[in-house]
Design a protein around this ligand. Structure first.
Ligand code: UDX
Ligand code: UDX
Ligand code: ADP
Length: 464
């Protein structure tokens, strides 16, 4: 069969960009992205898209209203579609069994139930959200027991795009992974989805596996990437204690082709919606499979990430003569990485909260993150005793120079390009003395800053 009509349930960071690129590359396929969140859909239909991704707006505008539609009419889109992506959120459970580790599958289940209740003919269902191994089986069971139709095929097609480079990753993926049933019908469904991707992805990059290998590969890929960051961050602590420089170490080991040079940037710890969630997911899976040693091995990746954030703040406190109470500290960057407005699990949130525990006064500047978002991310800060405490302790600035005024320390939390080219002579002039800079992303020119007069501290190298 050839796919003519695609519905995507969930208009978020994954569903939105993915379907936009599919619509762009397949003008003969009608693509409808649906969501229960009316505001989100309105934003997708407006001039201000709900997410910021370089290159996204242009492609949306080029295709919207032609073969790309955003709607809240889930029923109609499901009825029309022959292939349905499920791209809903799968946050970590905050209560009950598996609290803090297991993914909450209620959104996936409700999407599957919606399809079962609505569909009048068999469809190919594709899980795009990161889900635990065997989730496809649960979706199949829900469809089997609740739908009047038979013959649904459930595929796993995890998305590997990274935020900030989503469009580039979608247009030129390292690989597309499709897992499905080994039966004839399963293979036919895999073929149908492969043909969609093969319009722009070279055939040899479309990998097909069984369903569970595909589901596990997604978790494993994210766990390996997160593990590399925790590994280099662990080494950064050794560097600071010994006089080695983590950038030199990264460079030296990255030259070994068996290791490779990517994902070896020491930092204040990884953030983002995927790494922590997926590693914890894997940990939970291993526990459920009665493999406690394996679970513990992967859990260390998270513990090291938490340690790195805490260690960085401890260093700030130590350098500022052991106390930051009442001192003004400027945070540059609140997004979890550059080129995105997303703050989910951003290390900036943790670092800001730790600094607030010490009753520092915090000023935040980020080129893309909105004030509302920062307020919401810090709203559960335990050191706030009343709603007015936010305004008492935190200021959000729209200008980096204003943010640095009268500050004791600048803390680089996100690697935004614009932070590299700021006028640091001017910033130095605006700050309290001694003026401290803590480069948590290793992006600044440290010797030049020292010449200006700054006290410089970075992750993975001790200047003192
Ligand atoms: C290693 C390093 O590769 C080398 O750079 C360093 O100088 C010395 O240590 P060596 O111990 O000779 O070299 O062999 P290597 O090929 O690295 O294998 C080490 C062990 O890992 C072997 O038992 C090998 O069978 C095992 N291995 C290697 C795996 O189990 N899986 C792999 O994917 C690779
Ligand atoms: C990640 C995976 O890269 C992607 O394949 C998957 O589909 C979703 O999860 P994303 O979270 O968008 O993507 O961003 P990524 O570039 O992987 O960065 C994650 C975090 O790790 C960021 O906070 C980043 O700053 C940090 N990081 C990354 C480092 O600290 N050091 C590095 O060397 C690389
Ligand atoms: P991701 O980063 O995985 O794309 P997001 O949170 O950005 O996750 O997006 C998931 C979207 O899925 C949200 O906009 C949410 O409203 C939507 N969603 C969740 N459950 C359903 C459902 N049953 N039907 C339609 N949309 C849903």
């Amino acid at each position: 069969m050839s796919v003519k009509n695609i519905c995507c349930i969930g208009a978020g960071y994954v569903g939105g960009p993915t379907c936009t690129v599919i619509a762009d590359k397949c003008s003969d396929i009608k693509v409808t992205v649906v969501d229960i969140n009316q505001r989100r859909i309105d934003e997708w239909n407006s001039d201000t898209l709900p997410i910021f991704e370089p290159g996204l707006e242009e492609i949306v505008k080029r295709n919207r209203g032609k073969n790309l539609f955003f709607s809240t009419d889930v029923t109609q889109a499901v009825l029309e579609a022959d292939l349905i992506f499920i791209s809903v959120n799968t946050p970590t459970k905050t209560f009950g069994m598996g609290k803090g580790r297991a993914p909450d599958l209620k959104y996936i289940e409700s999407a599957a139930r919606k399809i079962a209740d609505t569909a009048k003919s068999a469809k190919i269902i594709v899980e795009k959200s990161t889900v635990p191994v065997k989730a496809a089986e649960s979706i199949s069971k829900i469809l089997k027991h609740n739908s009047k139709c038979t013959g649904f095929q459930v595929l796993s097609n995890p998305e590997f795009l990274a935020e900030g480079t989503a469009i580039r990753d979608l247009l030129n993926p390292d690989r597309v992974l499709i897992g499905g049933d080994t039966s004839k019908e399963g293979q036919a469904a895999i073929r149908a989805l492969s043909e969609v991707y093969e319009r722009w992805v070279p055939k040899e990059r479309v990998l097909t596996t069984n369903t569970w290998s595909s589901e596990l590969s997604k978790l494993t890929a994210n766990a390996f990437l997160a593990q590399r960051i925790s590994s280099i961050n662990a080494i950064s602590a050794v560097c600071e204690a010994t006089g080695a420089d983590v950038s030199e170490v990264s460079y030296a080991i990255g030259k070994d082709s068996r290791i490779g040079d990517k994902f070896l940037r020491a930092s204040i710890g990884f953030g983002g919606s995927c790494f922590q969630k997926d590693v914890l997911n894997l940990v939970y899976l291993c526990e459920a499979l009665n493999l406690p040693e394996v679970a513990e091995y992967w859990h260390q990746v998270i513990l090291m990430n938490n340690f790195q954030r805490r260690r960085f703040v401890n260093k700030i406190i130590k350098r500022l003569f052991g106390t930051i109470t009442g001192k003004k500290i400027t945070i540059y960057g609140f997004a979890f990485k550059k080129d995105t407005g997303d703050t989910r699990e951003s290390s900036s949130i943790y670092i800001t909260k730790y600094l607030l525990e010490e009753e520092a006064r915090i000023v935040i500047y980020d080129p893309k993150v909105s004030e509302d978002q920062i307020r919401s991310d810090l709203s559960d800060c335990e050191s706030f005793h009343s709603p007015s405490d936010f305004d008492r302790y935190v200021t959000i600035c729209k200008d980096p120079y204003e943010a640095a005024k009268d500050s004791h320390a600048l803390v680089i939390c996100t690697e935004w390009d614009e932070f590299v080219t700021l006028d640091y002579e001017r910033i130095y002039g605006l700050m309290e003395k001694p003026a401290f800079i803590f480069d948590g992303r290793l992006i600044l020119k440290h010797e030049a800053l020292r010449k200006i007069g700054f006290q410089v501290d970075v992750v993975g190298k001790d200047f003192s």
